[in-house]
Ligand binder design. Structure first.
Ligand code: PLP
Length: 910
């Protein structure tokens, strides 16, 4: 128990904190979404989400039932009136705040409800609270007989005076009658109830309650807040619909819901109104409604009475929504009124569902939790307006159907990797639809059973997915999880439903036994295990160029290897191979798994590795991507897939697969296809040998740049005659990290560096090959796409050197790296000899491809006007941008040359 009297003072702060924390821990703490309402687009509005992004959503919980708050006519009337009357009324009704408009509106309301009089309040809440408490205070023997589901404003009104209150069961006539029977006929009493209950949408047996009231001489007080504007011939409410206007004693209504303005009122006999007007503190001592609001309400009531079409449209939409819910098999309550209630039954789930609907589908529904409804009755209350379109209704029902899923069965292969992949999908589902419980099971696929047999020797495709597809078809499982690259093109494009949930690094990695250097030194044959023709053809050739040769000829033999990642690594450790080639993603995923991390660290502990470059050893299409697949007929699972799909990854993978299928399909292919992102561009690169034995080296989706300039006006800065004088700055360098990034071979030409304990990465292949010739083991390169392009791979658990790498470069560049908080050492400086520059060539240049930023820097003062700049992605591009240029980017020098050949038109001779 909190001691609020610490040091003799009441501790308000901790009192407030305790109280608010109580609400938070019960899930009852209210957070408001800030709606940027727009009358023109209503019910669509915008809001700023928790990531500070501006989003739009459809409002499905507004009580502006007829959307009259956004009516042009009403807005105009309000503006005109405000410009005549000003904004506020400036006083209580008693002191200067009673305008002609207040009186006109009260007259209108009385006529509308076929009562003698009406009285305006600033809200229906205030009307209820004030009227009931005034009755209670001035008629002390008055007994309140109240429906158990009455609104807070009615309860507060009755509670604020000491009169007896008796609660009858919701809409239960016999309970009501049994209470009344116990009270003497002379006892003043009043039955307090609503015509339409705001949350559940239930409708009271109004006629019967009034007639029981009469039988037992009880007054009747009906809250018509959710009925005014909608029901009855003239739209004044349920009392009008049931033709009971002369039978009821008090009608309470609001101007703030269907009427679309603001304020509340009661309507009754002239005597009762006079009495409340004269004795009710909550009426007397508060500033009256702004006159413009009264004017708007008058217009609005006219609109309701005469525009039957508007109300018809509203009810048509209510019916349409319900027929769609019926079709979708979604149970709802509130059938007798326009309020549709979906019972969820759990506060946290209710909140999770509404959060999901808002963030994922732009559907704004408010969870209704206790104390508004009893525990276990937590619900989503849906309201509609005539402004909701067919498409919006359709989308709401589609998403509601999707969220009404409690359990889902996930399945995949029984390998360790597959379990980790399933874990990723499970985590994703938990993140976006946390109320869904997942069950997992594993299936031994045909590919798993064919251990040690190269799959290309077997008939068929989809070795790792067809058993899963079967299980999906037979409805034994809901979602199958697998590597996307395991899907054949036929399966991929065959109308199946899948999501791309995650993609790890796409490259391949070659893992070698520790003694690889001894074998290379001795010129012995290197046995590389792979079962992929692509890896055999691309990686086999590449390794010959980049393994340290120690003056020997490198002799590589490719041997087939099968099995899961761990089995293959074990086979390597057993010495059956000297090296194996695997997908980087697989090992990396095992290293991120808490369960398997240590085991895989052990398997890799004495190994050496080379991360194979993207462009020379192009990965298979979709490599590294995890797919979650369902049968399109399984609507629940398909919905989940839509929620966990990463659209960008899905698009990348689909593009890769489409391009790959132009060249051949199946696991016998000798080419790779991969997405390369640089600058703001996304391109797809296909490389290798196609099924007709033609070489592929093609970029897709490069910006289609067409310039009407001659080929001769496009130059590479290398062609300008730069002669660089290098000065070696250091000779013996201690490297302050476990890894180095060598930006150019010149960085290590003269200095002495002991590479034996260093992990080496290079900017591109050229430097890698030169280092291999110096017998230096290189772990990977940035494919000339810039150091930033390998940031994420350096941060993976398999590589893990992002914060422990030093860039070796020239003096100017080192300064820039250091400014960017990256360790850098300048080993040399460059000076260009200006007198050797081909000024004539430079003058005629219309587009220059800068092979390094230093070239630009050296010539920037004398560049021809309007010259276009281009370069590779990476530092040069970044620095050109800083200089205010927008260089045209090419992923490789080769791509630049290909473009130059293909696109440049020679201008016609005039
Ligand atoms: N009565 C009922 C049944 C309500 O649902 C509400 C508001 O939600 C009120 C009264 C109060 O109406 P107002 O918003 O005009 O204060």
């Amino acid at each position: 128990m909190l001691n609020n009297f610490n040091s003799g003072q009441f501790d308000f702060n901790s009192f407030l904190e305790t109280k608010l924390n109580e609400l938070k821990s019960d899930g009852r703490y209210r957070k408001f979404i800030e709606i940027d309402k727009n009358a023109k687009t209503f019910p669509v509005f915008s809001y700023t989400d928790s990531k500070q992004e501006i989003k739009s959503a459809v409002n499905w919980c507004s009580n502006d039932y007829l959307a009259l708050s956004t009516s042009d006519k009403l807005i105009q009337a309000t503006l005109e009136c405000a410009s005549q009357y000003g904004i506020g009324s400036g006083g209580t009704r008693n002191i200067s705040g009673s305008t002609i408009l207040h009186q006109k509106l009260e007259k209108k309301l009385a006529d509308w409800h076929q009562q003698e009089s009406a009285l305006l309040f600033n809200s229906a809440y205030q009307a209820n609270l004030t009227t009931l408490s005034t009755l209670g205070r001035h008629i002390p023997d008055m007994v309140f007989i109240s429906d158990e589901e009455n609104h807070a404003s009615l309860i507060e009104g009755m509670r604020s005076c000491p009169n007896t209150k008796i609660i009858f069961k919701h809409n239960d006539l016999s309970d009501l009658e049994s209470i009344l029977r116990t009270l003497s006929p002379t006892q003043p009493k009043i039955i307090v109830f609503e015509s339409i209950y705001s949350i559940s949408g239930t409708v009271a047996p109004v006629r019967e309650i009034i007639s029981i009231g009469k039988k037992y001489h009880a007054l009747t007080y009906i809250d018509e807040v959710h009925a005014v504007g909608l029901y009855g011939k003239d739209g004044s409410g349920k009392i009008e619909e049931f033709n009971l206007n002369t039978e009821v004693d008090f009608i309470n209504g609001t101007l703030s819901k269907a009427i679309g303005t603001f304020g509340g009122y009661i309507s009754a006999s002239a005597k009762w109104i006079d009495f409340i007007r004269s004795f009710a503190s909550g009426f007397i001592f508060t500033t009256s409604l702004p006159p413009a609001i009264c004017s708007a309400a008058l217009f609005s009531i006219e609109e309701i009475v005469f525009n039957q079409k508007l109300r018809n449209h509203f009810f048509k939409n209510v019916s349409l929504l319900r027929s769609k819910l019926d079709e979708a098999g979604i149970p709802y309550r509130g059938i007798d009124s326009h309020i549709t209630q979906l019972v969820i039954g759990e506060a946290i789930k209710c909140k999770q569902i509404s959060d999901h609907l808002l963030s994922f589908a732009g559907i704004y529904v408010q969870p209704i939790n206790s104390p508004t409804v009893p525990k276990g009755q937590e619900c989503i209350r849906i309201t509609i307006t005539p402004r909701h379109s067919f498409d919006q209704i359709h989308s709401l029902v589609y998403h509601l159907k999707g969220v009404f899923t409690d359990n889902i069965i996930l399945s995949g292969r029984s390998s360790m990797l597959s379990k980790v992949q399933i874990g990723k999908v499970r985590d994703k589902i938990n993140a976006v639809m946390p109320w869904i419980k997942t069950e997992e099971n594993y299936i031994d696929t045909r590919g798993d059973q064919l251990t040690d047999i190269p799959l290309h020797t077997q008939e068929g495709t989809d070795f790792f997915t067809d058993n899963l597809s079967e299980a999906l078809k037979n409805k034994e499982i809901d979602i199958a999880v697998h590597s996307l690259k395991d899907l054949s093109s036929e399966h991929f494009f065959g109308g199946t439903k899948f999501a791309v949930v995650d993609r790890d690094e796409v490259r391949d990695v070659a893992i070698f036994n520790e003694k690889i250097a001894d074998l290379l030194r001795a010129g012995e044959k290197i046995r590389i295990g792979t079962c992929s023709f692509r890896r055999e053809s691309l990686a086999g050739d590449f390794l010959k160029k980049v393994l340290p040769a120690y003056g020997q000829k490198i002799n590589i033999e490719i041997l087939p290897i099968r099995g899961n990642i761990d089995t293959r690594l074990k086979k390597l450790s057993e010495g059956r191979y000297d090296g194996i080639i695997l997908a980087f993603a697989g090992i990396n995923r095992m290293l991120t798994s808490v369960e398997h991390r240590e085991y895989f660290k052990l398997l890799l502990s004495t190994k050496r590795m080379m991360v194979l470059p993207l462009l020379d050893c192009t990965p298979a299409p979709c490599q590294g991507a995890i797919a979650a697949e369902s049968s399109p007929q399984n609507e629940r699972a398909s919905y989940i897939l839509n929620c966990i799909n990463n659209i960008e990854l899905y698009q990348d993978c689909t593009n890769e697969k489409k391009i790959a299928s132009e060249y051949g399909s199946g696991c016998i292919q000798k080419f790779g296809v991969t997405t390369v992102k640089f600058g703001a561009q996304t391109s797809v690169y296909a490389h290798g040998i196609d099924s007709n034995n033609n070489e592929i080296d093609t970029w897709y989706g490069l910006k289609d740049i067409r310039l009407n300039i001659s080929n001769f006006d496009i130059i590479n800065s290398d062609e300008l005659g730069f002669v660089a004088e290098k000065t070696i700055l250091v000779s013996d360098i201690p490297i302050p990290s476990k890894a180095v990034f060598i930006s150019h071979i010149a960085a290590i030409e003269m200095p002495y560096i002991d590479f034996s304990n260093l992990r080496v990465w290079t900017a591109g292949i050229e430097t890698w090959i030169k280092l291999a010739a110096k017998n230096i083991w290189v772990e990977g390169c940035a494919d000339s796409l810039g150091f930033n392009s390998i940031f994420s791979i350096l941060n993976t658990p398999l590589i893990d050197i992002q914060n422990d790498i030093t860039v070796l470069t020239n003096e100017e560049s080192a300064e820039r790296w250091t400014e960017d908080n990256i360790k850098a050492i300048a080993t040399y400086s460059i000076h260009y000899k200006s007198d050797l520059i081909d000024k004539y060539k430079l003058k005629s240049a219309r587009l220059i491809f800068w092979s390094c930023f230093a070239h630009f820097n050296h010539l920037k003062e004398i560049l021809p006007a309007g010259v276009l700049h281009s370069c590779l992605p990476g530092k040069t591009a970044e620095l050109l941008r800083k200089e205010g240029h927008q260089p045209i980017l090419f992923p490789t020098k080769k791509a630049f040359n290909q473009w130059k050949k293909k696109y440049i038109q020679v201008p016609s001779v005039a």
